[in-house]
Design a protein around this ligand. Structure first.
Ligand code: NAP
Length: 253
């Protein structure tokens, strides 16, 4: 982390240290704080906004871990074969129904849709204990102008927070390909790491528990400002061991 001698910077550094201390405490308290809500005891209800390649793969992994999942689409009837194949824990609904259903909501949409989701659902999403942002701004899909605008706001973490005010956000799974979710889960010989970024200790703890349950090791790399590194094409993109993620993250400003 770059340092200077200004009072503002000292205060900011202090707050970051306090924030990370709180996050670490929350992580160590995971079995108490959030474990009570996991599949081992009371499952968490999960609403998926976006049930395409990545949302479908993540929702499938969560169902297999024992959580009830509502997959959503603007055309929910198209999700019938997916939910039928997953059994009674899987349901299909509209985006509004999935948000209503979920204790936790995962947003797995082309990043260009985030503005609309914020406009229509920010108030409802702010009431959830955790909103996982898996969505990435990608120029070839979302347009170079959108990517530039997101970069100017500090990257995807801070930009999502601006579009979803009040949401307890964690960025995660942004650069693990959909096919790898099932293939890499519970990898023998060492779990694959999932770098995550967030500012809310309780949301981080819940996200970390879910990531562990589906067979990966969460690695907190920093606050939402670090979410800009959780996109494909950065050093953290692709698959890494937890130790590799820590080493790479330490080199990022
Ligand atoms: N594919 C991967 O391997 C991968 C890996 C990591 C991260 N990601 C990120 O995950 C996000 C989704 O990628 P994908 O590959 O899963 O895309 P995809 O297969 O095209 O699926 C996109 C999903 O987003 C939904 N959606 C689109 N616009 C929406 C809107 N305005 N409101 C609500 N839902 C909307 C679509 O629902 P409808 O049925 O309503 O169209 C669809 O379920 C992207 O940001 C991507 O960068 C993808």
């Amino acid at each position: 982390m770059t340092r200077n001698n200004s009072t503002d910077c000292d205060r900011r550094s202090f707050m970051v240290i306090i924030g990370f201390g709180a996050a670490l405490l929350a992580l160590s308290a995971w079995p108490r704080a959030a474990g009570a809500q996991t599949a081992g005891s009371a499952p968490l209800k999960i609403g998926m906004i976006g049930s395409g390649r990545e949302g479908g793969a993540l929702g499938t992994a969560l169902v297999k871990a024992g959580h009830p999942v509502m997959f959503s689409s603007r055309h929910p009837e198209e999700l019938k074969s997916l939910v039928d194949s997953l059994g009674p824990l899987a349901k299909a609904g509209t985006v509004a129904q999935a948000i209503e259903f979920g204790d936790v909501v995962m947003i797995v949409v082309p990043y260009g849709a985030m503005q609309e989701i914020g406009r229509d659902y920010a108030a409802a999403l702010a009431k959830k204990t955790l909103v996982v942002d898996v969505s990435n701004p990608i120029a070839r899909r979302d347009g170079a102008d959108l990517v530039k605008a997101i970069d100017e706001q500090g990257g995807a973490g801070l930009a999502t927070a601006k579009m979803l005010p009040g949401a307890h956000l964690v960025r995660a799974f942004n650069a693990i390909g959909s096919a790898k979710i099932a293939a890499d889960a519970h990898r023998a010989g060492g779990l694959v790491g999932v770098p995550i970024a967030g500012d809310d200790p309780n949301a981080i703890a819940i996200a970390s528990g879910l990531i562990r349950e589906i067979g990966f090791e969460p690695v907190l790399i920093g606050g939402l400002a670090k979410g800009k590194y959780l996109v494909p094409g950065t050093p953290l993109g692709g698959e890494h061991s937890p130790a590799e993620i820590r080493t790479i993250a330490a080199s990022l400003s």
